[in-house]
Design a protein around this ligand. Structure first.
Ligand code: CA
Length: 526
């Protein structure tokens, strides 16, 4: 018996000491891609088929509760790079935040450990990328047609459709890499961001299909805080003629413009003639919006297919982890909205699909509360590197390997800041559990709390805050919220934090843990 144990011990030791090849990581990241527009997520409206993105889910894991900490573009990207919430990484909003590139990020750590690193496509963090051997990014939001891009040498003008261009550049970089080293590529699409401009070759792809409307298209915003009604992101009031393709985008060349006009003009003429009003106008806009948004998604899916095929052709599939995600979710007409920002389901939830051959069981699904704040530590763990002190997420590796740790988070903290422009969504923060959300809105002159019960009210149309029968639920959520804010070192809310308007430079944690009346020191982040 003793000899057998000794032998097992020796074999185990040899196995664990054997050098493991670090996997390549391809992070395909889109902008504003709603999970409702990925067929692997099985949306009731069956808006689109995305066979290539679905392949990542079918050959890997689909995360059904991947949440973001602050549902807008730049902030989500800063969280992913740093593994820290906005109040610690200093990037609160898209209006005036500038990313402090001297911070510790996961690409820097991968690079230091011998990875070749690149970021190509949408960046949206104002300062130049750091931690990458190669970068070529869209300035600001970028444009869909013939996009100017920026790299370490300066500006370059690209010809073609942005989703194709970003994929071309990415595959080119991979093909020219040093094959003796692992690589980490961040392939980041502009699409399907506003103004949802399709590749001209995809115009007509849906054959003028009439899309089912969401149940909440004509939400009256009753039974919730005033803040919910006050926002400016509706199909009824906010959407512009450019958004709905009554105006042609200026960046097209003559050939592209001719195809565009031939497609849109007859349809626009029919619209002008019909001149719909009121609810009919909202319905028309919803159809046009879905048509264009989904066409941009089709191109993303086609290009995901190109990447998967490239990996296959090059024999890279087995040792390359492929991740598909978006910087947040998006409203596809739910509550009458487009855009994101809210703690509500369609915007706080983001797609997350991971294929990791040999580790993740094909076709598996996780319902664990995971987040974009976990990505940095996950990528480091995938490469066999430890989590640095101060990062606030947790590696998803055990979940991907099929074992959700018993002490995995049961509640999640959310905080949105950007106000009043551009969409007049009041700053708010809250706690999310499997079933409930407690939301505190502030900074719009109305400090109010709503409580949502996902079981009784899955469409989030009614607050149960202060309702009989919710006393203990409410107290429990309040306690969890206070603990999360302490654990995550969230400063007390003040006007400066409410909008971030005074803040051009990151606080670099100088306000961390300065909260009034907490009465105890916040424990170190895990
Ligand atoms: Ca976005």
């Amino acid at each position: 018996m003793r000899i057998l144990a000794l032998l097992l011990c020796l074999v185990g030791g040899l196995l664990s000491a054997a050098p493991t090849k670090q996997p390549n990581i391809v992070f395909i990241f889109s902008d504003d891609h709603a999970y409702q527009a990925i067929s692997a997520y099985g949306d009731a409206r069956k808006l689109i088929q995305t066979p290539n993105i679905d392949r990542i889910a079918n050959e890997g894991m689909r995360f059904d509760r991947a949440l973001v900490t602050n549902s807008i573009c730049g902030p989500s990207r800063a969280v992913i790079l740093t593994g820290k919430y906005s109040h610690l990484n200093g990037f609160f909003n898209n209006s005036n935040s500038v990313f402090d590139g001297t911070q510790l990020t996961f690409p820097k750590l991968l690079q230091k450990s011998g990875y070749q690193t690149a970021i190509i496509g949408k960046w949206h963090l104002v300062s130049d990328p750091t931690g990458f051997d190669f970068w070529q990014v869209l300035p600001g939001q970028g444009v869909y047609y013939n996009p100017p891009m920026k790299n370490a040498q300066g500006m370059v003008k690209m010809q073609g459709y942005v989703t194709d261009v970003v994929t071309d550049l990415s595959l080119d970089w991979v093909s020219k890499r040093d094959k003796s080293k692992p690589f980490m590529l961040m392939l980041q699409h502009k699409a399907p961001h506003r103004e949802w401009e399709p590749n001209i070759k995809d115009l007509g792809f849906d054959k003028d299909r009439v899309y089912p409307e969401p149940a909440t298209l004509f939400d009256d915003y009753a039974d919730r805080a005033k803040a919910v009604a006050e926002n400016d992101m509706t199909l009824e009031k906010t959407i512009t003629p450019k958004d709905v393709k009554l105006v042609r985008p200026p960046q097209m060349d003559a050939e592209q413009a001719a195809v565009w006009d031939a497609y849109y003009e007859p349809r626009n003429e029919a619209y002008r003639k019909a001149n719909p009003q009121g609810k009919d106008l909202v319905r028309w806009r919803y159809q046009r919006y879905m048509h264009d948004y989904l066409a941009t998604v089709k191109s993303v899916d086609d290009n995901v297919g190109r990447v998967l095929k490239y990996l296959e052709d090059e024999g890279l599939t087995e040792n390359t982890i492929v991740v598909y995600s978006s910087d947040q979710g998006f409203y596809l007409g739910e509550h009458g909205w487009f855009d994101k920002r809210w703690i509500f389901e369609e915007s706080v939830r983001t797609p997350l699909l991971v294929r990791w051959p040999g580790v993740t069981k094909p076709g598996s699904v996780s319902k664990a509360l995971v987040s974009n704040v976990d990505y940095a530590q996950t990528f480091l763990d995938m490469a066999g590197l430890p989590s640095p002190v101060g990062m606030q997420g947790r590696s998803l590796k055990p979940i991907l390997a099929g074992e959700t740790p018993a002490d995995w988070r049961k509640e999640f903290y959310y905080h949105y800041y950007e106000y009043p422009k551009p969409h007049h969504v009041a700053p708010h923060y809250g706690v999310i559990t499997d079933r409930y959300k407690l939301v505190r809105y502030y900074g719009n002159g109305e400090t109010k709390t709503d409580l949502f019960d996902g079981e009784k009210d899955p469409l989030e149309l009614k607050s149960f805050y202060g309702q009989p029968g919710y006393e203990s639920v409410q107290a429990d959520l309040e306690a969890r919220l206070a603990k999360l804010r302490a654990d995550l070192k969230v400063p007390e809310v003040d006007d400066e934090f409410a909008t971030g308007v005074k803040r051009r430079t990151p606080p670099a944690g100088k306000n961390a843990g300065k909260g009034k009346g907490k009465g105890k020191k916040a424990p170190a982040a895990k």
